[in-house]
Structure formats: C-alpha cells, structure tokens
Ligand binder design. Structure first.
Ligand code: GUN
Ligand code: ZN
Length: 432
C-alpha cells in the first residue's frame, strides 16, 4: 500500500459550477478532512470517518486553513519568465521588443532547462500545480519543459510554438518543419506520465495559411491533443489579421478554415469577439481563456466573463506569464474580480476559486483528474493560510463566513499565503 495521509482543515470541493448555482456558494461543499492514498484523493468527509477508514494514516491538522485543489493556469509562456513586467508597450511592440529577443535564447538547451526549472519553482511556490504552456519554436524548449515537469511528477500541457512569418529569422520554422517537429514531440511526450501535448500555432499573424493548414492536418491526425492559440486580444491585432487574411469572415475564421477550431481548442484572451465567433466557439465547445492581468498590463481590454458564461461558453483562467504581470493565480483571481467590477459584474469568491481550479481544468479537458477534491481525483492540493500577512489577518478576523474570510487572501494574497503544496500525493512545498 502506498503512503496514506489525512489533511484536516476547511476542505473545499465543488459539486457543480458556481456560475450555474442560484447562489454561487451553494455549488460548494466544505468538509473537515481529506484523505490521500497512492497519489489520489481517497475520501473527503468528517475526520473521525476518515480515521476509521485509514487507521494507519498520519493526520496533519491545518486548523482554519483552506484546503483546495491546486491552481490550474490554463495559458502561460514559460519562456517569458525572465521578461515578466517589461514596461510600456502594447501587444505587437511588446512581442518585438521584449518577447522575441528572449525566446531566441531557447535554442540553447541549457538555458531552456534553467528557465523551465525556475518557472516551475516559482509557480509551485504560488500554489499552481498544473500549467498549459507555450514553449518557443525550438523543440529543445519543449524537451526542457516536459523533462522538468516529468521529474516533478506534475501534470502539464505544453507545445512547440509555430511561426513561419512576421517573426525574426531565428524564430521562424516552416509549414513542413512545424508539422514534422510537432509530430515528433507528440510521439515523444504526449500522454507520457502526466504530460499532454498541445499543438501550438502562436497566432494567425505569425503563421502563413500553409502553416495553419499543416497544423490543422496534424490535429486531425492526433485528435487527443489539445490545440492552443491566441484570439482577438487587441484591436490593432484584429485589423492586422484582416489585412493578412482578406478572405476571412473574422479572426476565428482564420483558424476555423484550416481545421483549428475544435472542442479541444484553447483560445487565449478572446476579448473582442463578434457574434459569429461567439456562436461558433460555443457550438464547438471550445475553451476561452481569460488572462486578466495580461489584458490590463498590455492594455488589451475587458473580457466579458458574465456574458460569455451566461451563453454557456467553456472558460478557463490564466496568468499569461509574461504578458501577464504575475505568477500568482491569487493575483489573477483579483484581476478577474476587478475586470468584472469594471464591467458591472463582480464575481463571487466561489466563482473565482472555481475558475482557478475546476474551470481551468475543464478548459484543459482534465476536469475528471484535477481541479477539484473528490475521491479518485489526483492529489494535487494547495493549503491556503487565510491570515498570511497582518493586513490580510486583520480583515479575515472580521469575517462572518468562509467566503468573507477567503476574499482578502484572493485580493491581497501572494506566495506567502501558500502554506503547503501537494503534487501527486507528495508534499512539495511547505511554509513554516
Ligand atoms: N499573441 C501572440 N503571442 C503572444 C504572447 O506571447 N503573449 C500575448 N499576451 N499575446 C500574444
Ligand atoms: Zn499568450
């Protein structure tokens, strides 16, 4: 029998989406304890019951701490770790000034290894247990990332970024090499241990129609892969797409035409959508990924969370490191709350926590494995200290219920709020 462990605290599970409940908190259940066995959640319930079921298990008492599924970050660029928080540009200038020069360095496997390790150290310290990452055009950058995640036992998604135009020469592949290199990486990594591959055309402006077509064909050959790209992030980007693809009905059509719209597709940002695009995304059950710190930092716009949720879209939440200005899903939830306020639709703490866990897991089509605490789910957990700084502690001390107690941590918390992190049933981070 594998290692057994019981964590006692306030254990948060979702019975359904808090966006579908009359009162968001009614979608949630708070239990006294969670039992882990062999890397999975074995049971959730009263401590006495779990003790009776697993008399050998060690019990860790976390008092009033909140125990929830590890955070799932549905859209990141690990190669942008070292250029996070670069000043003053908007999307296309930001890519050319900061991003592309940094991404050129990832042909060097040693550098890619260094940044992959640094990135996973930082995200783990912030309570994130799964990410879906872009790499660079270099296959080495994908090998580096998957190797690092595999060694840590982490469930991650990643893919080689494909670009065959409008990028510096050192960052361009071709339609054929993008297809063949991606195919070789799928063969090497897809569904090995906890790893999954995402076919990754960066966005329409940096791919020729030939490359989009080749990647659409690759996806048809490997339908169990996810596909990730960017969609309608900034208005000048959308105008540029119209110039580059004069036949296209809209931005989404540049993907749709080449077989790059599907249920396992992830569309980052998706801010300035037309009615047709919204309709098609919903029809396919594709996932939209909200990147609120990025959208304010690069000045992109305000994602329509309430409207898109109301029409039944599948939506995940993400940092978009390093266009996003943080590695923290707490900070990202705070930004999502602020964007909601600017649109007149504040999100409830239960909705924010759901987006950062089960919502993103649903976007990644991994909702049966991660993003919630329930028997049979993989034991990726985070233990949140709801009084991690004096400022937060004095506010949460006034709270009359759990939602009021956790909200100051969502709004003001950072890695100091992450008391423990568990990945695959192993404690990988502990703050004393
Ligand atoms: N659009 C195309 N590439 C990128 C990127 O790296 N970051 C963001 N935020 N948007 C993009
Ligand atoms: Zn991005």
């Amino acid at each position: 029998m594998g290692a057994e462990m019981i964590l006692k605290g306030q254990v948060l599970s979702f019975e359904r989406s808090p966006f579908d409940a009359g009162r968001p908190e009614d979608a949630c259940r708070i239990a006294e304890a969670v039992a882990l066995r062999d890397g999975q959640v074995a049971a959730v319930g009263p401590l006495a019951e779990l003790r009776a079921q697993m008399p050998q298990a060690e019990v860790a008492d976390h008092g009033a701490r909140l125990i929830l599924a590890g955070f799932v970050d549905a859209h990141v660029h690990y190669p942008q770790t070292a250029i996070i928080a670069s000043w003053g540009k908007r999307l296309i200038d930001w890519l050319n000034s900061y991003t592309f020069p940094e991404e050129e360095r990832f042909g060097d496997r040693a550098y890619a290894d260094e940044i992959a390790a640094r990135y996973l150290d930082l995200t783990t310290a912030h309570g994130t247990t799964t990410v879906c990452s872009y790499c660079t055009i270099h296959p080495e950058s994908v090998d580096a990332f998957f190797s690092a995640a595999q060694a840590r036992g982490q469930r991650v998604v990643a893919g080689k970024t494909c670009m065959d135009r409008n990028a510096p020469p050192g960052l361009r592949d071709t339609a054929q090499s993008a297809h063949d290199d991606s195919a070789a990486l799928i063969a090497r990594w897809h569904r090995v241990d906890r790893l999954e591959y995402a076919i990754t055309p960066r966005f329409s402006p940096t791919s020729t129609p030939e490359q989009l077509e080749a990647l659409g064909a690759l996806w048809a050959e490997h339908p169990s892969c996810l596909m990730q790209t960017h969609l309608s992030e900034q208005t000048d980007e959308i105008e540029w797409v119209q110039e580059l693809f004069p036949q296209a009905r809209d931005y989404l059509d540049t993907y749709e035409e080449f077989g790059l719209l599907g249920a396992r597709g992830l569309y980052g940002h998706a801010i300035h959508l037309t009615e047709r695009e919204r309709h098609r995304l919903r029809e396919y059950g594709a996932a939209l990924v909200h990147c609120p710190t990025s959208n304010t930092f690069i000045g992109s716009g305000l994602f329509d969370m309430a409207g898109l949720m109301a029409e039944g879209q599948r939506i995940g939440l993400a940092t978009d490191t390093g266009g996003g200005s943080s590695f923290s899903m707490l900070r990202t939830m705070a930004a999502a709350y602020e964007v909601g306020q600017l649109r007149g639709t504040p999100l409830h703490a239960a909705q924010l926590l759901w987006l950062a866990t089960q919502g993103s897991a649903t976007a990644l089509r991994m909702q049966d494995k991660i993003g919630n605490i329930a028997p049979g789910m993989e034991a990726d957990l985070v233990v949140l200290d709801l009084a991690s700084t004096p400022a937060i502690a004095q506010r949460s001390a006034r709270a009359e219920d759990l939602w009021e107690a956790v909200f100051p941590t969502i709004m003001m918390g950072d890695d100091r709020a992450i008391a423990e992190v568990w990945i695959g049933g192993r404690r990988v981070q502990e703050r004393r």
